[in-house]
Design a protein around this ligand. Structure first.
Ligand code: UT7
Length: 330
C-alpha cells in the first residue's frame, strides 16, 4: 500500500420541497404552455419551497440523509462546504446554520458561490482537503431556493428553475473514490447569466426593484450554445484525467438545465452514452448547485449506481463556470 490518502463519497442525500408546480400552473402565471416548456426544455414540473422554508432547511435535510447513509454523526464532520447562489443571507454563511443543526461541533464551514457548477467546485475543495491530510470527513451540500430569486414575470427564465438540495459525505479512504476533477471559469461571458443586485454593485434601491435586478437574468440562446461545447470538453477532460474512456462510465450525471443540452452533449461524447445518463429535470427543473447531488442521490437510492460503478458528473453555469468529475462508487 502506498500510504497515500484518497477521498471517496461514502453517502449521498437529497431533499425536495413538497409543493409541486406543474407547467400548467406556470401557464396561469405567464404567457406560456406545457407544450412550449416541455418541448424546449424537457421540464414538466418543479418543486417550490414553502414561504418559510429556507435554503439551509433543505440543505440540512439532504445532509441528514447523506450522514445516515454514510453512517457518520455531526461529531465526525471536519468541514462543511455549502454550494449555493441563493443562501439564506450573504452572511453568516449558510454552512453555519447547517453546522448548528447537525451538531458538527468541530467543523468549520463556508458557502461557495459558483452557480450551477458550485457542487463540483465544492467537491474539488473537499477532495483536496482530504487528500492533503488536513481533514478526514467533509460534508458537501448543493442547495438552492431559486424561487426566491426568480423573476416570476419573466417567462424566459421563471419556467426553468426549481428548489431542492443534495448532499454528499466524503471521507478519507485507502482506495481512490474521487478519480478526477476539473474546473474552469471564463469571466468574459459573465454578463449572459447573472443576478445583478445580489451584492454591493447595485445596493437595493427603487431602481433595482423597478428593473428587477434582484432576480436571475439570462440570455438563454447564448448560454445554450456555449453550454454544449463547454460540457463536452469538460466531460472528455474529466474522463481522460481519470485514465478512463467513456466505455468505462456506467452513469453520467449532467447538470439538469435543459434536455436538449444534455442530448446534444451525450450525442457528441459517443454512441450509447445517452442511455447511461440519469435525468430528473422533468420533475425538478434546473436547481443550479443542487442539480447534480440531487440527481446523484436519487440515482443511488434507485439502485442506478452500484458498487464499483464509475460516475461522470459535468456542470455548466453562471460565471461562466464549469466542472467535470469522475468518481467510483465504492
Ligand atoms: O443552468 C445554467 C445554464 N443555463 C442553461 O443552460 C440554459 C440554456 N438555455 C436554454 O435552455 C434555452 O435557451 C431556453 C430554454 C432558455 C430557451 O429556449 P430557446 O429555444 O433558446 O428559445 P428562445 O430564447 O430562442 O426563444 C424562442 C421564442 C421567443 O419568441 P420569438 O422571439 O421567437 O417570437 C421567446 O419569446 O420563445 C419565446 N419564449 C417563450 N414562449 C413560451 C421564451 N420563453 C417562453 C416561454 N413560453 N416560457
Amino acid at each position: 500500500m502506498s500510504g497515500r490518502i484518497y477521498a471517496a463519497i461514502t453517502g449521498m442525500g437529497h431533499y425536495t420541497p413538497a409543493r409541486v408546480m406543474t407547467n400548467e400552473d406556470m401557464a396561469q402565471l405567464v404567457d406560456t404552455s406545457d407544450e412550449w416548456i416541455s418541448s424546449r426544455t424537457g421540464i414538466r414540473q418543479r418543486r417550490i419551497a414553502a414561504p418559510g422554508e429556507k435554503t439551509s432547511d433543505m440543505g440540512i435535510a439532504a445532509a441528514r440523509m447523506a450522514m445516515a447513509n454514510a453512517g457518520v454523526t455531526g461529531e465526525d464532520i471536519d468541514a462543511i462546504y455549502f454550494a449555493t447562489c441563493s443562501g439564506d443571507m450573504l452572511f453568516p454563511a449558510t454552512a453555519c446554520f447547517v453546522q448548528q443543526a447537525i451538531g458538527a461541533r468541530r467543523a468549520y464551514g463556508f458557502d461557495l458561490s459558483s452557480a450551477c457548477a458550485g457542487f463540483l467546485m465544492a467537491l474539488e475543495v473537499a477532495t483536496g482537503a482530504i487528500e492533503s491530510g488536513r481533514i478526514r470527513t467533509a460534508l458537501v451540500i448543493g442547495a438552492e431556493k431559486l424561487s426566491a430569486i426568480t423573476d416570476w414575470t419573466d417567462r424566459s427564465t421563471c419556467v426553468l428553475f426549481g428548489d431542492g438540495a443534495g448532499a454528499a459525505i466524503l471521507r478519507a479512504s485507502d482506495r481512490p473514490g474521487v478519480l478526477s476533477t476539473l474546473l474552469g471559469v471564463d469571466g468574459s461571458h459573465a454578463d449572459i447569466l447573472s443576478l445583478p443586485a445580489s451584492g454591493t454593485l447595485h445596493p437595493a434601491s427603487e431602481r433595482t426593484l423597478r428593473e428587477h435586478l434582484q432576480y436571475v437574468h439570462m440570455s438563454g440562446g447564448e448560454t445554450f450554445k456555449i453550454a454544449v461545447n463547454t460540457m463536452v470538453n469538460a466531460a472528455r477532460e474529466a474522463v481522460a484525467r481519470a485514465g478512463l474512456t467513456f466505455d468505462d462510465i456506467q452513469c453520467m450525471i449532467p447538470h439538469q438545465a435543459n434536455m436538449r443540452i444534455v442530448e446534444a452533449v451525450a450525442k457528441r461524447l459517443g454512441p450509447g452514452l445517452m442511455e447511461r445518463v440519469y435525468l430528473n429535470l422533468d420533475r425538478y427543473g434546473n436547481t443550479s448547485a443542487a442539480s447534480i447531488p440531487l440527481a446523484f442521490s436519487e440515482a443511488v437510492s434507485l439502485g442506478k449506481v452500484k458498487s464499483g460503478d464509475k460516475v461522470l458528473m459535468v456542470a455548466f453555469g453562471g460565471g461562466l463556470s464549469w466542472g467535470g468529475a469522475v468518481v467510483e462508487w465504492l
